[in-house]
Design a binder for this molecule. Sequence first.
Ligand code: ATP
Ligand code: FE
Length: 337
Amino acid sequence: IYILGIESSCDDTSAAVIRNGYLLSNITASQAVHKAYGGVVPELASRAHQQNIVPVVDQALKQAGITKEQLSAITVTLGPGLMGSLHVGVSFAKGLATSLGIPLIEANHLQGHILAHFILTEGEELRVPPFPYLCLMVSGGNSQIVKVNAYNDMEMLGQTIDDAAGEAMDKCSKVMGFGYPGGPIIDKLARQGNPNAYTFAKPHIAGLDYSFSGLKTSFLYFLRDETKKDPNFVEHHKEDLAASLEKTIIDILMKKLTQAVKETGITEVALSGGVSANTALREAFKTRQDNKQWSIYIPKFGYTTDNAAMIAITGYYKYLDKDFCPIDKPAYSRTTL
Ligand code: ATP
Ligand code: FE
């Protein structure tokens, strides 16, 4: 079984090929155009996807050593994401599947992030989470705690009611005058800083939901007040600011996750999404394992942010269930799992 996966929901154009559940290729074209704007510009993203989609798919097939006629099915991210970006991948996938006479499979982008733990290459021994397990899915647009019962059966236990964790990093990075995306910049600075230098507002939200907009505002006001006293405050304290902000975000994430472990009694806990690349968050997970509290699963660094390998593996398990997508199903910008 050969599955081609296509991902174009945000600013990465990516294609991957999986044979019988094992990854053969995973090619991603990232878009540098957005850096100058401090965030993704939807119209520019769609245009870049248009330029990248054909060469990226060609290269993925070439690296896998197969022709498109050998494909069993095509799986594509139908949502959530930017509509103009999604349309490029979805239209391409529909056209190719129709011309080859093979099934189209819908992938939910968030399900893809969660299933990144199951991306295997042949001959590799990988520890995969056993069902049911809990997954902290933290990315640029989402922050949620998910109970994963099976590849195609996931329950959302809690989610952010406003900003996502990655979005909070990106926005705070922007107000400090750093580049985009902010997550990796804050991660790097934080390693040299004191996480207890400053304290910022933490939300009081019932249940397993998250909120990050109050923290963002508290950070903004703090900078505004300090900059009045010292115009170069950020420059003088950027490491401590990054470390303290990062610690606050991680404390918020871990508190609700710990509560979810208590409530469900499930101690198999996975991390996924773009923010799972974060060094300190990974460390916080490792501490839980060292304390023998949880059994943890952290994705390979390369599968944390957007990639088509996670979409192809999602498609593979849906293919086994014969869970195909009607060719007229439209892309969607918002959804839950
Ligand atoms: P979604 O998946 O919710 O649709 P997205 O696809 O834009 O959103 P991802 O690609 O999964 O999001 O992740 C991007 C986010 O991850 C950005 O907010 C970025 O700042 C954050 N990120 C990436 N690397 C790190 C890191 N090392 N530390 C913290 N955050 C990081
Ligand atoms: Fe993503």
